[in-house]
Design a binder for this molecule. Sequence first.
Ligand code: THU
Length: 130
Amino acid sequence: MTLLQAATDVRLRAYAPYSRFKVGAAIRAASGVVYQGCNVENVAYPEGTCAEAGAIAAMIAAGDTVIAEVCVIADSPSPVPPCGGCRQKLAEFAAPEVQVTLCTTDGAQKVMTVAELLPGLFTAAHMDRT
Ligand code: THU
């Protein structure tokens, strides 16, 4: 199964009764295993979680820690970009050159790297004072 197919499939299972905006994300780990995630909203709106966060949680729970490739899809007018928080979450487990394919359900795609998505990211080095 392609990463796009995995993201497309899981998007249909998103729980988005408030925004009505379903998002699917698929991550291929360095091991080759594909992990899926969808957004899961909550009536207490800030408690909702993004598709990317779900896919990352599935990856970590399964024992993988290195992201090799990402695909995100939504029914949006232009290829859906990860939110700011998800960019930082992806950068925790993906090298700067890792490709993130942003997709629409209409077939539009845009490929970006993690570095392009999050220039100037916060890293552990920013906590070094020695
Ligand atoms: N959403 C994601 O799941 N991923 C993104 O990268 C952008 C936004 C979700 C969160 C919320 O459930 C809905 O889309 C509208 O913001």
